[in-house]
Design a protein around this ligand. Structure first.
Ligand code: MSP
Length: 664
């Protein structure tokens, strides 16, 4: 059986959980849920980092003993994870006896390998980083390069870890295990750091007491990073014990980029010295800013409270947004408006509509019970929907396995949209009037329900509550529902998952649309008063289309210059525009493309533009797209617009040019 052991960093207890912590933990949770669903022997660990000067000082500032502070803050973390539906298998605190025992054990192993020696250390120390810096690392003379906080000069006797011994072996390990540090960009950073030469590491402190004593020398406490990193192992009990043998080495340490060096250099060197296997992957995710600013205690506007968002907009919506908005590994900027935008477009519209309309037709035409599929439905629409589902299942599987939940969701939403398109195109309400086509009507409803089952199961790692709700609505309750939740769908079973005649739930609105008034009220509640001016600037930016800084993944498919040259792109001017009857999203346009006669095109932009806004505008036009008939209207080309899902803007040229001008 494949093993999958994933960890989050353990969070310092000098701070309460914020969006950044929530992001790492939600991502790890989704990956763990996926691996459980595909049957891997999965373990997911999170916890808290409770020793060190930073925590000692934070406690002193509150007049508390460090453990007292830890006891209080740890409850905030536990509550937040519960509220955000985090299903961790274990929670480790570094003040627990089981942890201290393994830290002492690892220390002794490193010592036995001849890699610990006593010396003295002098240098500039940053308490926020809990690390020493060389003169050359400092910025503006005396500030640490990470926090821009004043560093202090410390001089103390210390034990050193002979890390310098392990540079070559580490480089060799990187070579042999190319996926040890992911994504690639971070790997290069680590490799060049190691290549520049590793120095021995000071691994004990005498200037404060809040830590684990060095075995055999109680004057010293063990450096907090040596202590903290060991949590990944100590949570499995004694080295060589049952849990340890079953789960070590960890498959993936998921971390933020701020702590890459500790995980990809210090930790593996410690393990090499202790003679223990190295983790499979250190996966570094990106950094969330809030309106371009780093999240920090001193700036209330950047402190996004995940509990509050979960309460107001739904935990699954928050989980979906965080994992869909940026690919794991890329940085992103958090904007409340973008959260609401995705909520409305992808949850309320795409998924919510599919659920409510499927159940509406099922209630109306199939007496609220799962209808039969018909065996021979060769028509294109029916074939296509099954095909898309069968493609998406392995595709989403591949993306989750490859630490790309954002792409997995993108693939799953292709099926959601295809489901909506299927209902639009097959028009079950029309068939209901023709009793000879009853069998086909049943088939359509059945397929739409099967799409819901499939979508729910694939989205379950990210949206567990929503998945459960959808499964209950389509009659998968009790053991059957539980089983469906716990298992990843099989492509060849698509279309055969539901039980004939099982009772269906009523048409339900899972994600009520957030209208403008509600949006205004939410923003008012979420954005602290002293940050409102920022918000207005943000609104202005949004109005000009500068909605968010979105990290975009390369598509992976390259085209040659020649292939690109085959596209006949031109300037076109819109001559007329009118709605297409009964098609909310479509407009019928005629455009001048520089030819003798105007062309007629159908464009899916009706939700973003009123017809009269378009007339006279110049747009970019793909003139050699194969003509198609959309809703009975011939479309001879395509106008280009911005926005992958919803239309966000229209393509344009920056000056008046005659229709037909080529674009290259
Ligand atoms: N205690 C150490 C980690 C020890 S692990 C052996 C620590 N703790 S922390 O509380 O500061 O949490 C750091 C982690 O929180 C980051 O690595 C990252 O996973 C997450 N994030 C904190 N702020 C973040 C953002 N603004 N954006 C994304 N994630 C961030 O460091």
């Amino acid at each position: 059986m494949t093993r999958f052991y994933i960890t989050t960093p353990i969070y310092y207890v000098n701070d309460v959980p914020h969006l950044g912590h929530a992001y790492t933990t939600i991502a790890a949770d989704a990956l763990a849920r996926f691996h459980r669903a595909v049957g891997d022997d999965t373990r997911f660990l999170t916890g808290t980092d409770e020793h060190g000067l930073k925590v000692e000082q934070a406690a002193a500032a509150r007049g508390l003993a460090p453990l007292k502070l830890a006891d209080q803050v740890v409850e905030r973390f536990r509550d937040t994870w519960k509220q955000l539906d985090i299903a961790n298998d274990d929670f480790i605190r570094t003040t627990e006896a089981r942890h201290k025992q393994v830290v002492a054990d690892i220390w002794k192993r490193i010592e036995a390998a001849g890699d610990i020696y006593k010396g003295s250390y002098e240098g500039w120390y940053c308490v926020s980083c809990e690390a020493y810096y060389g003169e050359g690392d400092l910025v503006d003379g005396k500030q640490c390069p990470v926090h821009k906080r004043e560093v202090t000069w410390l001089s103390e006797p210390t034990y050193f870890f002979r890390m310098s011994r392990y540079g070559d072996r580490l480089l060799e390990h990187f070579e042999k295990h190319p996926s040890f540090v992911q994504p690639e960009g971070y790997k290069n950073e680590v490799v060049s750091f190691v290549r520049s030469g590793l120095r021995d590491l000071s691994v004990s402190r005498t200037t404060f007491k809040w830590g684990i004593p060095v075995p055999g020398d109680e004057e010293h406490v063990i450096y907090v990073w040596i202590d903290a990193l060991t949590n990944y192992m100590s949570a499995l009990g004694p080295i060589g014990g049952e849990l340890h043998r079953r789960h070590w080495p960890a498959t993936c340490h998921l971390i933020g980029k701020d702590i890459l060096k500790f995980h990809a250099v210090y930790w593996p060197c410690m393990l090499l010295s202790a003679g223990l296997p190295l983790p499979g992957t250190v996966f570094t995710h990106g950094w969330w800013t809030v309106r371009g600013e780093k999240i920090s205690k001193s700036m209330p506007a950047t402190r996004v409270d995940p509990n509050r968002l979960g309460e107001d907009i739904g935990v699954d919506a928050l989980r979906y947004y965080l994992l869909r908005e940026i690919p794991l590994g890329a940085d992103g900027d958090f904007a409340y408006e973008a959260l609401i935008g995705r909520y409305n477009a992808e949850l309320a519209n795409d998924l919510g509509n599919l659920v409510s309309r499927t159940l509406t037709v099922a209630t109306r035409y199939c007496a609220g019970a799962v209808p039969a599929r018909s065996s021979e439905r060769g028509e294109q629409a029916h074939v296509e929907i099954e095909q898309v589902a069968r493609e998406v299942i392995p595709e989403a599987h591949g993306h989750y396995s490859g630490y790309a939940p954002s792409r997995a969701l993108e693939a799953i939403w292709r099926l959601v949209r295809e489901g909506n398109r299927y209902i639009n195109n097959t028009e079950p309400w029309k068939l209901a009037k023709i009793h000879t086509r009853n069998e086909e009507l049943n088939h359509i409803v059945r397929m739409a329900l099967e799409v819901l089952v499939c979508v729910a199961r694939m989205a379950a790692p990210v949206m567990p509550k929503t998945a459960e709700q959808i499964l209950a609505l389509v009659g998968m309750v009790g053991e059957r529902g539980q089983e469906a939740m716990r298992r990843w769908p099989q492509a060849d079973r698509f279309g055969h998952e539901l039980e004939l005649g099982a009772p269906l739930g009523p048409s339900t609105i899972l994600f009520p649309r957030i209208d403008e008034a509600r949006q205004a009220a939410l923003l008012e509640a979420w954005i602290p008063e002293d940050a409102r001016t920022d918000r207005e600037t943000g609104d202005r930016q949004q109005a000009t289309g500068n909605r968010r800084q979105e990290a975009v993944e390369p598509s992976g498919d390259e085209v040659t210059f020649e292939q690109f040259g085959k596209m006949d792109l031109r300037v076109a001017r819109v001559l007329t525009a009118e709605p297409v009857p009964k098609a909310k999203k479509l407009l019928k346009l005629t455009v001048d493309v520089g030819e003798a006669e105007p062309r007629q095109v159908v464009a899916g932009i009706a939700e973003a533009f009123r017809p009269e806004e378009l007339i006279g505008r110049s747009v970019i036009f793909l003139a050699n797209l194969k003509p198609a008939t959309i809703r009975g209207v011939t479309s001879q080309g395509m106008i280009l617009a911005a926005g992958a899902d919803a239309v966000l803007g229209l393509s344009a040229v920056d000056r008046e040019l005659p229709p037909g001008t080529r674009i290259r």
